[in-house]
Design a protein around this ligand. Structure first.
Ligand SMILES: C[S@@+](CC[C@H](N)C(=O)[O-])C[C@H]1O[C@@H](n2cnc3c(N)ncnc32)[C@H](O)[C@@H]1O
Length: 286
């Protein structure tokens, strides 16, 4: 496995080049991707007055939901590696209209002190499996929390439980240029937290206690429309290559992806995409 510095650089490069697609589809993602975080939100139950950290917040939709839940006196802070996504989050949720909400562009593994710390709770949707140094990154998260704080996060289980992720890459790949390196084994990537015993080991080594890892299945309802298929392509590894080809290549990529997704088509023109997640919960020692 490459060393941690190389994995961190790869992670930053990946998310910097994938960010434009996330920004373009941010509103669609907030709506269609909501089921990916509902279980963690429900477990966390953010309460008015609390300070909550959102790790890997992307374009800020979940951080804004957290800020709303802790209003009027609480605060939600989103942190994300991709500067352009954080800039988009600030544009989408300006301080004058969202006073309890702020965003930090940083790698959670190396950021040090975060404004607003110590937090009462941390939320993370689909980001912990991307840490280059999972124990170090989770220890950094723990270091920003108060004693007795709660953690709730969701991550993908494995590829078999989330077949549409591969379809969005395989459909696009023949029609676009070279893709970034795909992760192997336990290298950071969508399925690096597939093994629940590994998640427990990582969080325990990072200083959390009472770690639970429970399977949670959701269905993403995605309209059978070019923009929605493009959202699926632009969320993942084919994103930058897809953007770089002319419109005809993009149309071919969308059409091939839609062909692979057809088995998930439902009456009424939606895809019903099965997503298999782990809901991870833990607390910091009181
Ligand atoms: C799969 S996306 C999920 C975004 C958002 N949580 C959501 O569910 O819409 C993962 C996000 O984690 C961010 N990320 C990855 N590694 C990170 C790190 N070490 N520190 C901070 N953010 C990170 C990426 O930039 C990306 O925005």
């Amino acid at each position: 496995m490459p060393d941690t510095a190389s994995l961190r650089a790869r992670n930053l490069a990946f998310w910097t080049q994938t960010a434009p697609g996330w920004i373009r589809h941010a509103d669609r993602h907030d709506e269609l991707g909501r089921p990916l975080g509902t279980a963690a939100m429900d477990w966390l139950r953010p309460r008015p007055g609390e300070r909550i950290l959102d790790v890997g917040c992307g374009c800020g939709g979940t951080t804004a939901a957290l800020a709303e839940a802790v209003a009027p006196t609480g605060r939600a802070v989103g942190v994300d590696l991709a500067e352009s996504m954080v800039a988009a989050a600030r544009r989408r949720f300006p301080r004058d209209r969202h006073p309890g909400l702020s965003f930090v562009a940083a790698d959670i593994e190396t950021v040090g002190a975060l404004p607003g710390a110590p937090f009462d709770a941390v939320f993370s949707r689909m980001a912990l499996m991307l840490l280059a140094d999972p124990v170090g990154g989770c220890a950094a998260i723990r270091g920003s929390l108060r004693p007795g704080a709660r953690l709730a996060a969701t991550v993908f289980r494995d590829g078999a439980a989330n077949p549409w992720l591969a379809m969005a890459v395989l459909g696009a790949a023949p029609h676009v240029g070279a893709l970034p390196p795909l992760p192997l084994g336990e290298e950071p990537g969508p399925f690096s937290f597939a093994e629940p015993a590994r998640i427990e080991r990582v969080l325990t080594a990072a200083g959390f206690e009472g770690v639970t890892v429970q399977p949670h299945d959701v269905t993403l309802r995605v309209p059978d429309e070019p923009d929605a298929v493009e959202w699926l392509i632009e969320m993942g590894p084919a994103s930058a290559a897809y953007r770089a080809v002319p419109p005809a290549g993009q149309a071919a990529a969308r059409s091939a992806t839609a062909g692979l997704l057809a088995r998930f088509g439902a009456p009424g023109g939606d895809y019903r995409l099965p997503a298999g997640l782990w809901l991870i919960t833990a607390t910091t020692p009181g």
